[in-house]
Design a protein around this ligand. Sequence first.
Ligand code: ADP
Length: 425
Amino acid sequence: MTLALGCIADDYTGASDLANTLTRCGLRTMQTIGVPRDDLALPEVDAVVVSLKSRSIAAPEAVAKSLAAEQWLRGRGAAHVMFKICSTFDSTDAGNIGPVMDALQADCGEPIVLVTPAFPETGRTVYQGNLFVGRVPLNESPLKDHPLNPMHDANLVRVLGRQSRSRIGLVDLVTVARGADAIRQRLALLANDGVRAAIVDAVFDRDLESIGLAALADRLSVGASGLGLGLARGLVASGYVRAAGQAMAEEQPIGGMAACLAGSCSQATLAQVAEAERVMPVLRLDPEQLVNGADETRRALQWAAEHLANGPVLIASSSTPEQVAALQARHGRDAAGHAIEQAMAALAQGLVAAGVRRLVVAGGETSGAVVDRLGIPGFLVGAEIAAGVPVLRAVGAAQGAMLLALKSGNFGGPAFFDDALRLMR
Ligand code: ADP
């Protein structure tokens, strides 16, 4: 099997979002958790998205994992590899977008790399190198309060410049509007001037198609799911991939008990948890107790055992920005985040042991911790619950058939949890 497209995603929900986008564009897509073992039986697919959990770890570790993923993908014939980052460019000045990009570029020898987190249909646009989230610049959006990667600068030429060894340039919207050839010409000019990576503006969906076509001429690109959409459309338009049309993961219902876990503190997730209270039992965990030990997890599992037979339940650690800040002040940002992620993973493990086979998780890092703990090697991508969030069917899982939905904090409408469970039969 030869892959048309290989992708390396820096977190698991971002990987699901990208795999979902590729599927919608007609590519048969599998998402793997970590770099797959060589003996993992791959179904016939056009694209593989290798999900790493490398957004918030030390840069050298992120680089090593990304290079291993790249080698695995190239070994399966991927001519183009996309490094998938968050559409809000979540990263600190220490990385990891810049260091990983530099290492992948050195490995494949491309003179210049195209970079864009734009995805207009989800409100992420880039103009003159500045990233907008809806109507506001990144640094005025809720991302300024993110627990792990607070974003204080909307100018991505500057942000990436602080992370990368390379000089960073810009391909502006006027150039993008002139099409793929104009983008390529501009990239070549920049490369001649010693620029090694360029932020590419995109404001309209059609911009992504030009950018995708331009990117396919090279071996490497960096971007969010919007870039994935451009690449997938480019592959289909050029006849390199025949659009599969139908999501491949639609099979028999699996039934079994259902539960939701929320570890995201995003505004969207806070509203979704509040809305879920109208349709299912909701347990709000005490974050202080979660950080302090396993008693809170045991209490939650007992509570779940009393309710699961009657229908789905939701367990949430989510709190408001003020409460998050207070907890972080007492325990440290990373220690608090990690402890709560591990508690949520332990909860997931306990829920699956109790018979849950349909699991919805809100929060990127939280989802990563959960999927790692469950030890699921990969997923086939199915129907879309909300923009960027597909139903995932486990492949090769020790627990047998399972459906999951992994949601990045900001994604989904107010009724997300109920919407997900309706599609996860
Ligand atoms: P998102 O997708 O919204 O970014 P993540 O799961 O990636 O969500 O990140 C949320 C982080 O906040 C995780 O590290 C999680 O453990 C942590 N967290 C969850 N609940 C709380 C809380 N009540 N107080 C502080 N941190 C929390």
